[in-house]
Design a protein around this ligand. Structure first.
Ligand SMILES: NC(=O)c1ccc[n+]([C@@H]2O[C@H](COP(=O)([O-])OP(=O)(O)OC[C@H]3O[C@@H](n4cnc5c(N)ncnc54)[C@H](O)[C@@H]3O)[C@@H](O)[C@H]2O)c1
Ligand SMILES: [Zn+2]
Length: 292
């Protein structure tokens, strides 16, 4: 045998930003994250369920990109179903892909995905598979997705009764947490996402865990400043573990960010996805602690 082993070295800039009101006309955080190249188009995929909380959002997005028309070519804003149901099967993924094809999105373009964790997994899978990978900007809208999944490097859908079975590792171009979205969530959803905040504090940052305990009553009612601080700190802990932990694509056996997740994924599947991910992770962490 003649064997030649070469190394392909790749750097992935990994951008995480925080703002209030990403689509306000005066806010240039979002456009400043994109390179302005001739021919670059921008397609926004918006989680359909957000329409009931933000009836003006798609018009605001249109206005935002009309204002920035000299900088980026806007290909429109299209809605795609979200939630765990959309992540279980191919239909929402196909809808997202159809929008991508119809908008003429190519590998010089950007897809901006705005929605919760399940929607971002579907939209991210579509962005990663169309043309074998298009630049993706995530704007997560739930506590869980801002604190954890939005800054992650994975996407996927549930398949053949298995949680997250189909998907890819794909580093997003950028993630922009817009804290304004947090406050329209119903309290149970807003609070449930803090499970991933507790998770990352337990495995990565004892002083943050102490801060969570000290501020538990403010967090229990999702007081604005406490919630935003907890979400931002959690997102940065997740991001720094992924970027600096030595195993961004999870090839090794130590996956600290998966604390509580083994049982959680089984419980979600066994419940037919009626048990939410955050709630399942809370129970999963208790089980892991009990058995450790
Ligand atoms: N890819 C990863 O690394 C990763 C990591 C952790 C979790 N996840 C996945 O994330 C999913 C859970 O995400 P989630 O907790 O965001 O739930 P979700 O995406 O299922 O959203 C729950 C509900 O909240 C609604 N919603 C979204 N934003 C809202 C807002 N601002 N105001 C009001 N309602 C809003 C949605 O329409 C949906 O009905 C699971 O599928 C889980 O597997 C992925
Ligand atoms: Zn999780």
């Amino acid at each position: 045998m003649s064997l030649h082993t070469l190394n392909i070295r790749l750097d992935f800039p990994y951008r995480t930003g925080f703002t209030h009101g990403a689509f306000r006309p005066e806010n240039d955080a979002l456009v400043s994250l994109m390179e302005q190249r001739p021919g670059s188009r921008v397609l926004v995929l918006l989680e359909k369920g957000l329409e009931q909380f933000y009836p003006q959002l798609s018009a605001d997005i249109d206005r935002y990109f009309e204002k920035n028309a000299g900088v980026l070519a806007y290909a429109g804003c299209r809605s795609v179903p979200g939630g765990e149901e959309a992540k279980t099967g191919f239909s929402a993924w196909e809808t997202a892909l159809r929008h991508i094809v119809e908008a003429g999105i190519d590998r010089h373009s950007y897809i901006i995905a705005v929605g919760g964790g399940a929607f971002l997994d579907v939209a991210g899978f579509a962005a990663a598979t169309a043309h074998r990978g298009i630049r993706l900007l995530r704007i997560p809208t739930t506590t869980l997705s801002q604190a954890d999944s939005g800054v992650g490097v994975k996407n996927g859908i549930n398949f053949m009764g298995r949680k997250n079975y189909l998907g890819t590792f794909a580093v997003a171009w950028a993630t922009l947490d817009d804290f304004l979205f947090l406050h329209s969530q119903p309290l149970p959803l807003k609070k449930a996402g803090l499970a991933e905040v507790v998770k990352v504090a337990v495995v990565k940052d004892a002083s943050f865990f102490n801060w969570l305990e000290t501020n538990a009553s403010a967090l229990a009612v999702c007081e604005r400043d406490a919630l935003e601080y907890a979400v931002e700190h959690s997102a940065l802990l997740h991001a720094s573990h992924i970027a600096c932990g030595g195993d961004a694509f999870e090839l090794g056996s130590s996956r600290p960010l998966d604390f509580g997740h083994w049982a959680a994924h089984y419980m979600e599947t066994m419940s037919g996805y009626t048990l939410g991910h955050a709630e399942a992770v809370s129970v999963g962490m208790c089980l892991d602690i009990l058995y450790s």
